[in-house]
Design a protein around this ligand. Structure first.
Ligand code: ASP
Length: 323
């Protein structure tokens, strides 16, 4: 009888919790530095998801470092109550292959809440680079073997993956310089401390438009239509056959978050993804807001599993690991 009462109390507490959710601010952990592309997506999303979540505050918590594994781990270990969420990108599917040991399991330590967007990347260089287009860049790389610095946001970051593929396609080794996000890397690129970087268009469009960096190519299979990026060739058309890196962002909660709570967050996410202001802001930066079955948690999870299967062999073949 006592056991039954305890069970009834626990069930009604969970029910009451889900009924009142959200009743306090929600924090979205961004596992990269503030001011970068992931942060940008998260801040725009926080604004759009606030209203469908009943007007509660949505706070961004930048927990940067180690290619997003530190912030991701923080959410894996957080209380599963819906008040601590994670916004991360393709790193969710590259970290399992890049790290020999990870303190969390991407496939079993999270509730998947839905995909947010797809974002292509751009290959950019410091403003003082003598190469003014992709063809000249390849010649310059050939002439400067062993001297080129390539910035990235750490092992497991999208910029790391893209840089890895670029070096492997050109069969050239560059010195990689890791940062806590591509916001600080961008500052150093603009200042000439590093030579090259691959980064999401959500961070590069405005710098390209303002001529603060030199843009060489986009990593999508097709050219982009965004005004700032529409004249850039694809890396495929520039001679790197099959080169395609597309970054996506998804929303996650710690495993064990009650189903009613995750359903509420997913429903709010779907409203946010249709918000014309959110769509406009994201499109202006070259991102495409998710509008397909991957906005459903089960499909989001399937998609991440397929991405893990896709990138694992590519990373293993490149032979790069972190401990
Ligand atoms: N663009 C970064 C990356 O390379 C992440 C960031 O700073 O948002 O993954």
């Amino acid at each position: 009888m006592k056991k039954l009462l305890v069970l009834v109390a626990a069930v009604s507490a969970a029910f009451a919790h889900a009924q009142s959710f959200p009743s306090k601010p929600i924090s979205i952990v961004v596992p990269f530095a503030a001011g970068g592309p992931t942060d940008r997506v998260a801040r725009d999303l926080a604004e759009a998801i606030r209203k469908p979540l009943g007007g509660v505050s949505v706070i961004i918590d930048n927990v940067a470092g180690a290619g997003s594994s530190i912030g991701t781990n923080k959410v894996a270990k957080a209380a599963p109550d819906g008040y601590t969420l994670l916004l991360n990108h393709i790193g969710m599917s590259t970290m399992p292959a890049l790290y020999r040991t990870l303190p969390f399991k991407v496939e079993s330590d999270f509730e998947y809440l839905g995909l947010v967007n797809d974002v292509p990347m751009t290959l950019i260089g410091r403003p003082t680079l003598p190469a003014k287009n992709y063809k000249e860049l390849v010649t310059w790389i050939g002439q400067n073997k062993g001297k080129i610095n390539l910035g990235n946001a750490g092992l497991g970051a999208a910029s790391h993956l893209c840089g890895l593929m670029f070096q492997s396609a050109l069969q050239t080794d560059m010195t990689t310089v890791p940062y806590k996000g591509t916001a600080p890397a961008m500052t150093d690129l603009m200042g000439g401390q590093i030579d090259l970087m691959c980064d999401q268009t959500t961070n590069t469009s405005q710098q390209i438009e303002g001529k603060k960096v030199i843009a060489y190519a986009v990593t999508s299979a097709k050219p982009l239509t965004t005004p700032a990026l529409k004249d850039l060739p694809t890396l495929q058309a520039s001679g790197l056959k099959d080169f395609e890196v597309s970054i996506w962002h998804g929303l996650y909660a710690p495993k064990g978050t009650p189903a009613d709570v995750t359903a509420k967050i997913n429903a709010a996410l779907k409203v946010a993804l249709k918000d014309p202001d959110f769509i406009k802001k994201q499109e202006a930066l070259g991102a495409v807001v998710a509008n397909d079955k991957r906005i459903e948690p089960a499909e989001h999870k399937k998609f991440v599993a397929a991405e893990i299967a896709k990138w694992g062999p590519v990373i293993k073949a490149a032979g790069v690991y972190a401990d």
